[in-house]
Design a protein around this ligand. Structure first.
Ligand code: FAD
Length: 505
């Protein structure tokens, strides 16, 4: 048995970011990752000459002052080579009208939305005000929800008068904002919002907190932006890993945490870990940063492990996140339209949102002249659990046919177009990331659940910290990086140290 200062559980973007920050600050950090590859939902896999991003395909926060940019700067590692997406996405409402392009230039986007949603400028202007006020707040690294006086001091430090005004809207949904602006009858605008918000908040407009929805809604426009990484999404993990190892971090790949137990007398946590050869290791540390979905705590901390019944119930009663079904295909590039946007969202009556990401010529995901195409939908994980093998195969085939049908119609492809096709399901995500039932993304950003009302990073067990996509500010590589920074700052404060990253804006 050996003693470690801080153990980080999970090597997705949240765990890697937290581990890299704490190692840079001189702590003795051990990062435990169950898979043989880092990155989790933002990882990649290879099929012959093709590289597919497993889940995340677009990155926010790479612009100057964005969270990835700030962290890479602080960690002293180069900013990955990336291209800003213009449009960030092209949204097809499947109502026979032209797709709506999220242009990077705010004026071009204003012209586009005036054309598509005439009479909605009051709504957009309200969103812009919330967006500007909230981003300035987020950039000052607030702690949410507040757990003690220090958290409160960090929250107050981030607040400006405009936040007090927008704070009055904290119980409203995006649908309420529409009604306030007199746009509630604009069915196209509502469908557009339902589609876009589902991507960022797991919820439609009538269930997404207005403060969250308006903050993420204009993420594709300058001075923010959505970025496409050259190479693959794995570049993010590779860079963070490099920083972590450079600063003396210890990486245990292919090691799965089986149990976490708090020894109250010694004020440490004992971890039971199994490696690829089924050898059991026991590790010990006074602080654990847990970056897996909080639902996994229920399995990893035994009932006598110190988590109160009330806390276990609170975790058990968290809203059930969605699962995802993802199609990974490869095709000859010339089959695609010449000016094809690389990210497209299509509305479908049955599937809801189909989100498509196409590789860009020369981005190293496919040989020149070829392209990869990834298409994902959200699904209810309950419909994928307890299926016998025949029902599972049938269900998979149903979804594959359905997704292919939408794509083939959109691009007028015939079946012979594809040189590679495969489908992942919640079962695949559970295998890849260990997430129970294949849940992906975080908790829905409902007014009762977002920001100040969300699940705290502090747990009832002193020294056990949560980060990742169920913790403020929520899902996405940018969101989970922000949550990891927040936890690193909280943890360091308990040791009498303060970490403040420069704010660029
Ligand atoms: C289909 C899909 C599309 C998405 N698209 C985007 C997008 O375009 N842009 C974007 O920003 N975000 C996107 N996201 C969301 C984004 O990928 C996630 O929010 C983010 O990557 C989550 O990171 P994480 O570190 O919190 O969790 P994870 O990525 O789940 O990482 C957790 C890690 O913990 C490891 N682990 C699990 N159990 C154990 C254990 N017992 N012991 C040790 N290790 C363990 C796992 O192997 C994994 O590596 C998408 C997600 C999906 C599923």
């Amino acid at each position: 048995m050996f003693k470690e200062s801080i153990i980080v559980v999970g090597g997705g973007i949240a765990g890697l970011t937290g581990a890299a920050i704490l190692a840079k600050e001189g702590y003795e950090v051990t990062l435990i990752e169950a898979h043989t590859q880092l990155g989790g939902c933002a990882g990649t896999f290879r099929r012959g000459p093709y590289i597919f991003d497993v889940g995340a395909t677009q990155v926010a926060g790479l612009e100057i002052g964005g969270i990835h940019h700030r962290l890479f700067n602080y960690l002293d590692i180069s900013i990955p080579n990336a291209k800003v997406l213009d449009p960030g996405c092209s949204i097809d409402l499947s109502d026979g009208t032209k797709p709506i392009n999220l242009w990077h230039d705010p004026f071009r986007w204003e012209k586009e939305r005036k054309e598509h949603f005439p009479g909605s400028e009051i709504f957009w202007s309200l969103c812009s005000q919330i967006h500007n006020s909230n981003w300035a707040f987020v950039d000052r690294d607030p702690i949410l929800p507040v757990g003690n006086l220090w958290d409160l001091s960090q929250l107050i430090r981030a607040i400006r008068p405009s936040n007090l005004l927008t704070g009055l809207l904290s119980k409203l949904t995006m649908a309420d904002l529409l009604a306030l602006s007199g746009c509630q009858r604009d069915k196209r605008l509502r469908r557009f919002l339902d589609l876009q918000l589902k991507l960022y908040s797991q919820e439609p407009a009538n269930r997404t907190a207005a403060l969250y929805g308006a903050t993420v809604l204009q993420m594709a426009q300058s001075p923010r932006g959505l970025w496409h990484l050259k190479g693959s999404m794995q570049i993010l993990s590779d860079s963070l890993k490099k920083s972590f190892l450079r600063d003396g971090g210890k990486l245990l790949m292919g090691h799965r945490v089986l149990n976490i137990f708090q020894d109250k007398e010694l004020s440490t946590f004992n971890l039971k870990v199994v490696d690829k050869r089924q050898k059991i290791l026991r590790l010990q540390a006074p602080d654990i940063v847990f970056s897996l979905p909080p639902q996994m705590l229920l399995n990893l901390v035994s009932t006598n492990g110190g988590l109160s019944k009330t806390y276990r119930e609170c975790i058990n009663n968290l809203p059930k996140p969605s699962g995802a079904v993802v199609f990974y295909g490869a095709l000859i590039r010339s089959y695609l339209p010449a000016d094809c946007p690389s990210h497209i969202q299509i509305f479908d009556e049955q599937l809801g949102s189909l989100f498509i990401s196409i590789s860009i010529e020369g981005d190293q995901r496919a040989p020149i002249g070829m392209a990869t195409l990834i298409a994902s939908i959200f699904v209810d994980i309950n419909k994928w659990s307890n299926l016998d093998s025949q029902s599972y195969t049938n269900q998979k085939k149903f979804y594959l046919d359905k997704i292919l049908n939408i794509i083939n119609n959109k691009f007028r492809f015939s079946d012979v177009t594809w040189v590679h096709q495969e489908l992942s399901t919640p079962r695949s995500f559970e295998r890849w990331t260990g997430r129970p039932g294949g849940i992906v993304g975080g908790l829905g950003q409902h007014p009762s659940q977002f920001g100040p009302f969300g699940l705290p990073s502090r747990t009832p067990l002193k020294g056990l910290w949560l980060c990742g996509d169920s913790i403020y500010p929520g899902e996405g590589t940018a969101g989970v990086s922000q949550s990891a920074l927040m936890v690193a700052r909280q943890l360091m404060e308990t040791k009498g140290r303060h970490l403040n990253l420069p704010v660029f804006n």
